[in-house]
Design a binder for this molecule. Structure first.
Ligand SMILES: Nc1ncnc2c1ncn2[C@@H]1O[C@H](COP(=O)(O)OP(=O)(O)O)[C@@H](O)[C@H]1O
Ligand SMILES: [Mg+2]
Length: 364
């Protein structure tokens, strides 16, 4: 048996061990690696010499951004990653946590129902009733555990939490201590290495409403979609290959499908085709993460259904599924893209685009 999702600290355990072995420089208190090695883990690198291993490139984007994230955490400030959905904010926070403190599992998922207890501590009520408040009955939140052990805690989608819940982080981040008045003068002080990485989606619109006090405790970094088309194609190809392997499907990734798919996603995401023609943008986010999901579905469909061996023919149906989930009008925008961009490329004699144009009816 193997788990469905491996944690980065498990999946890349050999890379982390190799980086730690040769990592002799000064490091921030409580860190497992030097800042440089952390950036190397996230961005990847070729083998550094004989007998050395290659570090897989993981985050595709600006190394400067990753360096700034690392510097923020080294300075014990909160790090706030903001951006559109599907730009690898969560992935980046996991990778940083795994490299810096060895675990990415201390996490609080922010929702409208997140309570202060989930950021501080709660009680095991059976024990509380039986014995009264005791260390044993205390249920530490991931934040408290991160403080006690000098690790990184991740707070996902922080702007979805109610303002008063967000504000309970303010005192915690400035005092770097959680008091437990129920246990007399017990309080837990943050050990060296403790830091917070929060993520926030711009689509949630809550970022500007975050209280000034909380904003001041974080350094903000905006994570943008992948700028370079070749890098995005390479990433989607790599991820699709991994997904096929995970499904035990012995099949090569159809590179033509990935190229067409990434091109269409970028045209629709940016509102301009690569030729410079205007495209009406759907309101749905067409992120790289969505491109990976569609590419994987197309590849698995081709593997499991021989009738769909030519994956390109199933692409319109998958795209329709993606754009229609937020806004029914997006289906019309997708047809507009077909009638303008796909048709012109087909008329220019581009074979795959001709196939796509022939599937126009699949868009309803
Ligand atoms: N710049 C990028 N580098 C690497 N992977 C990316 C990038 N952008 C998107 N992805 C893909 O998107 C997936 C999901 O991203 P995720 O971290 O959940 O996004 P977010 O938290 O921003 O919504 C990643 O696992 C990866 O497959
Ligand atoms: Mg996320």
């Amino acid at each position: 048996m193997s788990t469905q999702i491996e944690l980065p600290e498990e999946r890349y355990a050999d890379e982390l061990a190799a980086l730690a072995a040769g990592d002799t420089g000064p490091r921030p208190p409580g860190w497992r690696l030097t800042p440089r090695a952390v950036v190397q883990f996230v961005m990847g690198s070729a083998p550094a010499g004989r007998g050395k291993i290659a570090i897989t490139p993981k985050y595709v984007g600006d190394p400067g951004l990753v360096e700034r994230c690392v510097v923020t955490l080294a300075g014990q400030r909160g790090l706030m990653l903001v951006g559109e959905p599907g730009t690898a904010k969560s992935m980046l926070s996991e990778l940083l946590a795994a490299a810096i403190c060895g675990t990415s599992t201390l996490v609080v998922q922010g929702t409208a129902g997140t309570t202060e207890d989930q950021l501080r501590y709660g009680w095991n009520y059976a024990q509380l009733l039986a014995q009264g408040p005791s260390e044993d009955a205390l249920v530490a939140s991931p934040v408290l555990r991160a403080m006690e052990t000098g690790r990184i805690v991740r707070i996902e989608e922080i702007t979805r939490c109610l303002p008063e819940v967000q504000d309970s982080l303010v005192s915690l981040l400035s005092e770097r201590r959680i008091a437990v008045p129920e246990l007399g003068d017990k309080s837990v002080a943050a050990q060296q290495g403790f830091a917070v990485i929060a993520t926030a989606n711009l689509r949630d619109r809550g970022v500007t409403e975050m209280s000034a006090a909380l904003k001041r405790r974080f350094n903000f970094e905006t994570v943008d979609p992948i700028a370079d088309i070749d890098a995005e194609i390479a990433l989607v190809t790599r991820q699709t290959k991994l997904a096929l392997e995970a499904a035990s499907v012995d099949r090569a990734v159809d590179e033509v499908v990935v190229e067409v798919l990434v091109t269409a996603f970028r045209d629709l995401r940016t509102g301009v085709s690569r030729e410079g023609w205007t495209v009406e943008k759907p309101s749905t986010v067409l992120s790289t993460a969505e491109a990976v999901a569609v590419s994987t579905s197309v590849a698995l469909g081709s593997a499991y259904f021989p009738a769909h061996a030519d994956g390109i023919r199933t692409l319109p149906g998958h795209l329709l599924g993606v754009v229609r989930k937020d806004d029914a009008a997006d289906a019309g925008r997708l047809r507009g893209y077909w009638d303008a961009v796909v048709r012109r490329r087909a008329e220019d004699g581009q074979r795959t685009w001709r196939t796509l144009w022939q599937q126009r009816d699949d868009l309803g």
